[in-house]
Design a protein around this ligand. Structure first.
Ligand code: SAM
Length: 340
C-alpha cells in the first residue's frame, strides 16, 4: 500500500487479471481452511505443537467466499483447498459447494492426508471436488506411523472411497527422503499403477524448524528419476500442467509420475499462485515472508472493489523467487500455517 490510501479510497478502473511485477499471471489460489492437522509428519509439524490460530481469527465461510469471489473476478479460475488438514474443518463440503458455484471458478481441488476422507469423499465429490492430492510417504504401516503419527489403514480407506466415488485424477504426493522412504519408490509406482493414481515425488523443503531439520534427508529427485528409469521405462515430457511438477509416463501403463523439485530445479519463473491462510493472510511465496493481511479489511467492511484493489496491491509485492538454496531456514513459519 505504497500510495498511503486505503484500497477502498481508490476509484481507478480495476484490472481484470492479476499480473505480478515479473509478468506472471496469477490464476491459482491455494486456500488454507485450517492450520490444524490430525497428523504430525515429522518434517512438517512439531510433535507437541499447540500454538494454532485462534478460532476468532479464522476466516468464516462467508469471508472466504468473498475473497475467492474477488479473486475469480480478477481472473483466478483454480482453487485448491488445503491446510493444515482441511477435512478437520467442520462442513468442508458445504464450503466447497459454495466456492464451486462462484462465477469464474472452473477448477476446485483438495489436498488432504485422507485420514478422514472415507467419511467425506462422497459429499465432497457431490459439492464439486473431483480432483484430489493425497499425501502418502510410505506403504508400510509401521513406517507410516513413524513418519506421521497416524494410521495407514485410514488413509488407504480414504483413497479407496475417493476412487469408488469417481474422483479423478487422484494424485499421490510422496516426499522423497533419504534414509526414510527411499527403498519404497518402486513399490509406490506399482501401487499407483494398480489403482490408476498419478504419483508425484516432492523434494523436502527447509520450511519452518521441522522442514529445516528434515533437510538432512533431502534427496535430489534427478537421482530418483534415474533410478526409476532403470526399472521402468519412463517416457519424458508428458502432461504439461499448470503446476510445478515435471511429468514422465511409465511405458505400457497409464501411470504418470511428476517430480516437484523446489530445491534442485526451482520453477519460480512459472509461479502462478498465491496462498490464503486460515487467518486471512495472503502469502505471496512459500519461501519468502512477503504477505498481505486481508482479515482486518474484511472485518472493517471493505467494499468489493476495495477488496479487489487490496488483492492487486498484494500481487504487486509478490517476490521473484524463493531462496531455499542460499538461505535455508529463512522461512520460520510452519508449512501448515502458510497452507501447504
Ligand atoms: N494435510 C494436507 C496434506 O496432507 O496434503 C495438506 C497440507 S500438507 C502441509 C501439504 C503437503 O506439504 C503435503 O504433501 C506434505 O507432505 C508437504 N510438506 C509439508 N512439509 C514439507 C516440507 N518441509 N518439504 C516438502 N513437503 C512438505
Amino acid at each position: 500500500m505504497s500510495t498511503g490510501r486505503t484500497p477502498d479510497d481508490r476509484s481507478e478502473n480495476i484490472a481484470r487479471s492479476l499480473v505480478d511485477p515479473f509478468n506472471r499471471t496469477i490464476s491459482y489460489v491455494r486456500l488454507s481452511v485450517t492450520d490444524k492437522c490430525n497428523l504430525r509428519c515429522f518434517y512438517c509439524l512439531p510433535k507437541h505443537f499447540k500454538d494454532f490460530e485462534q478460532p476468532s481469527h479464522w476466516l468464516t465461510f462467508d469471508e472466504i467466499e468473498r475473497v475467492i469471489a474477488a479473486f475469480a473476478d480478477l481472473g483466478v479460475a483454480r482453487v485448491r483447498i488445503t491446510g493444515g488438514e482441511p477435512l478437520v474443518r467442520k462442513d468442508l463440503a458445504g464450503l466447497a459447494g459454495r466456492l464451486y458455484q462462484l462465477d469464474g471458478i472452473q477448477d476446485l481441488s483438495l489436498s488432504t492426508n485422507a485420514v478422514l476422507l472415507a467419511r467425506h469423499a462422497q459429499a465432497l465429490h457431490h459439492a464439486g471436488v473431483s480432483r484430489i492430492n493425497v499425501s502418502l510417504d510410505s506403504l508400510k504401516p509401521e513406517r507410516f506411523e513413524q513418519i506421521t503419527g497416524g494410521s495407514l489403514e485410514a488413509v488407504i480407506a480414504g483413497l479407496m472411497a475417493a476412487k469408488d466415488c469417481g474422483m479423478d485424477p487422484i494424485k499421490i504426493n510422496m516426499v522423497a527422503m533419504k534414509g526414510i522412504n527411499d527403498d519404497e519408490f518402486e513399490d509406490m509406482v506399482e501401487f499407483c499403477i494398480e489403482h490408476g493414481f498419478t504419483l508425484r515425488f516432492i523434494e523436502t523443503m527447509p520450511v519452518g524448524e521441522t522442514g529445516m531439520n528434515a533437510s538432512r534427508h533431502y534427496l535430489d529427485l534427478q537421482h530418483v528419476k534415474q533410478s526409476l528409469d532403470r526399472r521402468f521405462d519412463l517416457i519424458p515430457g508428458v502432461m504439461p500442467g499448470g503446476g510445478p511438477a515435471r511429468y514422465v509416463q511409465v511405458k505400457d501403463s497409464d501411470l504418470r509420475i511428476g517430480f516437484i523439485t523446489p530445491i534442485s530445479q526451482h520453477f519460480c519463473e512459472t509461479c502462478n499462485r498465491v496462498r490464503l491462510s486460515v487467518d486471512g493472510t495472503l502469502y505471496l511465496c512459500l519461501g519468502q515472508d512477503h504477505k498481505y493481511e486481508l482479515r482486518p479489511l474484511l472485518r472493517q467492511g471493505i467494499s468489493e472493489d476495495g477488496l479487489k484493489n487490496a488483492i492487486l496491491d498484494a500481487i504487486a509485492i509478490k517476490p521473484e523467487k524463493h531462496d531455499f538454496r542460499n538461505h535455508p531456514g529463512q522461512v520460520v513459519r510452519l508449512m501448515s500455517m502458510t497452507g501447504g
